[in-house]
Design a protein around this ligand. Sequence first.
Ligand code: AMP
Ligand code: GLY
Length: 424
Amino acid sequence: MKILLLGSGGREAALAWKMAQSPETEKLFIAPGNGGTGNYGTNVPLKPTDFEAVGSFVDENGIDLLVVGNEDPLVAGITDFMAETRPELLVVGPRKAGAMLEGSKDFAKLFMSEEGIPTARYKSFTAETLAEGERFLETLKAPYVLKADGLAAGKGVLIINDLAEAKKELAEMLGGMFGASSATVVIEEFLSGIECSVFVLTDGRGGYRILPVAKDYKRIGEGDTGLNTGGMGAVSPVAFADEAWMKKVEERIVRPTVEGLIRRGIDYRGFIFLGLINVDGEPMVIEYNVRMGDPETEVVMLRVESDLVPLLAAAAKGELGDLPLKEDPRAASTVMLVSGGYPGAYAKGIEITGTGDVDESILFHAGTAEKDGHLVTAGGRVIAASSYGTDLADALAKSYRSAAKVNFDGKYFRRDIGNEFLPK
Ligand code: AMP
Ligand code: GLY
């Protein structure tokens, strides 16, 4: 099978690593890829949102399977475009209508309330209904959660302790703080608990598989302090997401989601990312995404024992059938090495050394590039040091040893990934 994977992050590096191991993979292209993905396939300088260019590449290279890694092309309708122009092409990733689960928080909240899926109580407001929004805030207890409806590159959620401040931010969001993305704002009740990420691969016809559960660490600072980032590390498995808890997730969230999409005539073939929170032992949905998580994928792929390629192809065909998705019993961790200054301003083009000395982790490149035969930094999140272990402590020890071996000026990483799950 000839495969084209779209994206350039650590997530795509991990997907490429996994797909490259499949005996069914005849040729793997990654567009645009990064300084590490060339180890698993061929990087192609294409922009994932340039549908015409992606389509021409598919034609010229006889691509059978298109795997869309990031949300932007999905929300912009790449799957619809391919279905109209190249109906034979297998595509992993929902059409525009399904991508609304991530593309519009208002849509996602309405979907959950109609399907009876547990989530925070909410209401949506626009500039016309600002006064009602302020009154709704008065009915809630602090902290207040304000979410821009549309995609805002992970920045569209504000959690505010003070009511007056929340009202001011609401007015600013509706006034265009995140452009068109915040023309509608969802206000919701604050939920308290530990979060985790559950990934579901679905075939659009009621077939689905649940992948190994992961937890990511979003804040830049240790102890979950400081600014939000794309993600500083991840672990899998997650202790509280045991069999009993996952049964609740499947019954109350996964099945109603899959069936709710079908009932709406939404043909969803791809990954559903459930951002969940454990509230007093009960799973609730914080958000949906329509792709795999980053850096969760850098641990989830390690823990998928089955060949991923037949599963992806079957999901894209609409016939997952009884193909198994077996979990690797080992634990996995990933620690993200980031550029100094990230998530604020940071330098690029800094030489990276020491990657060749790493032998007990897999280095999934994220923001790296090749320059004059050298490996250099090319983004905020640079390399994810991912490791297997007999348990989480063992996996994390390997990731930290590897993180210490890779060097570039300004390198930073958190040293408390997964700490709450380690024996005290
Ligand atoms: P989202 O983009 O919806 O995932 O929100 C970003 C982060 O904000 C989440 O990962 C949570 O940590 C937090 N968050 C979002 N909604 C809530 C909520 N209703 N209660 C508590 N925390 C939330
Ligand atoms: N790690 C969270 C995300 O990919 O959105």
